[in-house]
Design a protein around this ligand. Structure first.
Ligand SMILES: [Zn+2]
Ligand SMILES: [Zn+2]
Ligand SMILES: [Zn+2]
Ligand SMILES: [Zn+2]
Length: 274
């Protein structure tokens, strides 16, 4: 393999002037050399005349540009967070959608930490001393009610859930749950991917409450979602613990949530505490 040359190139050189998408082989060019992408070429009404310069004579394949596009690689924009992937320019967006190094942000005021959910969890528990517990989907977990935030992490999916307890005297604690997903934006109305079931009881006063709601996702770039902004709040009277279970939402082809026959939450198994 011959040595690589690095440098910079103007973005519009790599974009189709008709659809503005990144060019990818096979590229077509007019007799003068104006290049367009193959799908625009396929949908041109008049294939004999150049869209840019009106030269006649039609379009032909451009092997030189195809070869350049084949060999041209761009580093992932998450390189500063540790991603070493390089991809063809026209595949860079696709990579970014699933890049495991896409950062989420520390929600502590004045902290500038950003990193993958795995790095964020290590930071929250190590530097800010937040409590954390491993969570398995569809399993009940009992969490101690303690002012502040408890991180629930799912090892397989690399996602984090934050359970926030805010004292609201004299009633007890308001509890909210959100999902930290680096691929969700801070404010955009992302489709909820998880459903949460909370329950708490206080035997002494014969009190019990349960709640079931969809969990919003955020990358935390704007900090924690304010409850009045749609983040969910569950107020439990002073109680030592709350039971939580989180399930992935299944959707039909139209995107509507499929609700299995009312889940018998009381029959869900407890996760083995580790
Ligand atoms: Zn095009
Ligand atoms: Zn032309
Ligand atoms: Zn990447
Ligand atoms: Zn921090």
């Amino acid at each position: 393999m011959s040595a690589a040359i690095s440098g910079s190139i103007e973005r519009d050189v790599l974009e189709c002037p008709i659809c503005m998408d990144p060019l990818q082989p096979p590229v077509y060019q007019c007799a003068v050399g104006h290049a367009i992408c193959s799908s625009c070429h396929a949908s041109l009404m008049n294939k004999d005349m150049c869209h840019t310069c009106s030269a006649t004579g039609g379009y032909n394949r451009c092997n030189a540009l195809d070869k350049i596009l084949e060999s041209f690689r761009v580093p992932c924009t998450n390189a500063k967070y540790g991603c070493t992937a390089e991809s063809h320019y026209h595949e860079a967006d696709e990579h970014k959608k699933s890049c495991p190094h896409t950062p989420c942000f520390c929600p502590e005021p004045d902290c500038v930490f950003a990193g993958s959910t795995v790095a964020l969890l290590a930071h929250l528990t190590g530097d800010h001393m937040w409590p954390s517990t491993e969570l398995k989907y569809n399993f009940k977990l009992t969490v101690d009610v303690q002012e502040g935030i408890h991180a629930l992490h799912n090892r397989d999916a690399g996602l984090l859930f934050l359970m926030k307890f805010t004292p609201v005297p004299p009633f007890g604690h308001a509890t909210s749950v959100l999902c930290v997903d680096p691929h969700a934006t801070a404010t955009e109305e992302a489709e909820c991917k998880f459903r949460c079931h909370l329950s708490s009881s206080n035997i002494d006063i014969g009190w019990q409450k349960t709640s079931d709601f969809q969990v919003r996702s955020t990358n935390l770039s704007e900090g924690l979602l304010a409850p009045e902004d749609g983040g969910y709040s569950f107020v439990a009277p002073n109680t030592a613990s709350i039971t939580v279970s989180i399930a992935r939402i299944m959707r039909d082809k139209r995107g509507n949530e499929i609700r299995l026959k009312r889940l018998r939450q009381s029959l869900l198994p407890y996760a083995i505490a580790t």
